[in-house]
Design a binder for this molecule. Structure first.
Ligand SMILES: *Cc1c(COP(=O)(O)O)cnc(C)c1O
Length: 391
């Protein structure tokens, strides 16, 4: 018997280093010392899934017909519920037969779609700072990410005019994310119109990640990319039940829009996975049919949290804008700090976990991200701790 070196594939070895490892270690040390940690690092709702959704799952789970393999594209009833919800929420018409695809959480579809459309060496336009799956999925498919930096100067929106012509000509696919993680910035319909023109001119597939479309404030609802004329000719939109209904653990999402793009993604999926447990799809159908009062209740809680944390930080002299959507607060680090050193300061001195902005990509340097997935009393306590330790 003998061992041999287990050699990971290049695609694994070349993954970006895990930037949160140092923070994780400091967090574990603080916990071991008995520090009462306030975790503003996690982007995972702390609120429970609404009970009608849980009841629906419990009942559906008892039905043996749901115990077998689901169809890869998802139950027609769920896809029809998605189409109804799109009509109600965005006034966008979708054919549930071929313009809706069920996903095992939207991350699954985001990670897989490049396998359907990106060949080795193809260019993919990726916003940065951003959700890491856009660039990792690209590199797993052999593609090359071209970074679209999100900066204060461009309002944290990809500057399409700044993309060199030869890159635009070569690009196969473009990622967009509104409302945005980590900046919370929302794209307007006007912006989406420019995207459609740009995509049409350069024949670029648009993949819009709308995971946070239902977490919004002051009653201002973010638009869908598909509300814009011609959007369905060039792209698809990814959605998730995770954030809207506090269902991150359930693993259900969907993609909608261009049927050829969805068919390509579906082809990849049919060869890799076997769909979402039907009982979860039944519960997802229940979720999408719920009265708006349920999501209004969730939004009210986030809004109270935002209105506790953001004015509190401002009073301390930190530079921060109240988010119009999503549950992230994007804070400029004070003079003399970097993303990493300010994150370390807050953790070591105040017991507050945050995420360094550069963890979402180099253009995020100079910022930290705080989340609103913590009760408002704890957010008030966080502000008080920062006041007392200073910066
Ligand atoms: C949370 C999140 C998702 C959704 O994840 P699921 O896989 O649907 O749970 C997608 N995109 C972004 C930017 C997110 O933050």
């Amino acid at each position: 018997m003998g061992s041999f070196p287990i050699e990971p594939a290049t695609r694994i070895k070349t993954l970006p280093p895990y930037l949160f490892a140092a923070i994780d270690r400091m967090k574990q040390e603080a916990i071991a010392k008995g520090v009462d940690i306030i975790n503003l690092g996690i982007g995972d709702p702390d609120l429970p899934t609404p009970s009608p959704i849980i009841d629906s799952l419990a009942q559906a789970a008892k039905n043996p017909k749901h115990h077998q393999y689901p169809s890869y594209e998802g139950m027609l009833a769920f896809r029809a519920a998605v189409a109804d919800w799109y009509k109600r929420r965005f006034n966008v018409m979708l054919n549930p037969m071929d313009e809706v695809l069920t996903l095992i959480g939207s991350k699954e579809g985001i990670g897989h779609v490049p396998l359907a459309f990106v060949d080795s060496g193809d260019v993919v336009l990726v916003p940065s700072p951003g959700y890491p799956v856009y660039s990792v999925g690209t590199s797993f498919a052999g593609g090359v990410s071209y970074i679209m930096p999100l900066t204060k100067a461009n309002g944290f929106l990809p500057d399409l005019g700044a993309i060199p012509k030869e890159i635009a000509q070569k690009a196969k696919l473009m990622w967009l994310n509104s409302p945005n993680n980590p900046t919370s910035v929302v794209m307007t319909k006007e912006y989406f119109k420019h995207v459609v023109e740009f995509a049409r001119e350069h024949r670029i597939i648009v993949c819009h990640d709308a995971a946070y479309s239902e977490i919004y404030y002051d009653g201002t609802r973010p638009p869908s990319f598909l509300e814009v004329d011609g959007a369905k000719d060039v792209g698809v939109e990814f959605h998730s039940l995770s954030k809207t209904y506090n269902m991150t653990g359930w693993r259900i999402g969907f993609a909608v829009g261009n049927k050829e793009i969805l068919a390509g993604l579906g082809k990849v999926k049919s060869n890799l996975d076997s769909g979402v447990f039907e009982a979860v799809q039944v519960a997802g159908t229940t979720a999408l049919g719920l009265d708006d009062s349920v999501t209004d209740g969730i939004r009210t809680i986030y809004q109270e949290r935002r209105d506790t944390l953001v004015p509190g930080l401002k009073r301390l002299g930190l530079e921060v804008d109240p988010p119009a959507a999503a549950f992230y607060v994007w804070v400029t680090v004070p003079r003399g700090y970097t993303s990493t050193s300010f994150t370390a300061h807050l953790l070591e001195k105040a017991g507050i976990v945050t995420t360094p902005g550069n963890g979402f990509g180099a253009p995020g340097e100079g910022y930290i991200r705080m989340t609103l997935c913590t009760p408002k009393e704890r957010l008030a306590e966080a502000v008080e701790r920062i006041r007392s330790v200073g910066f």
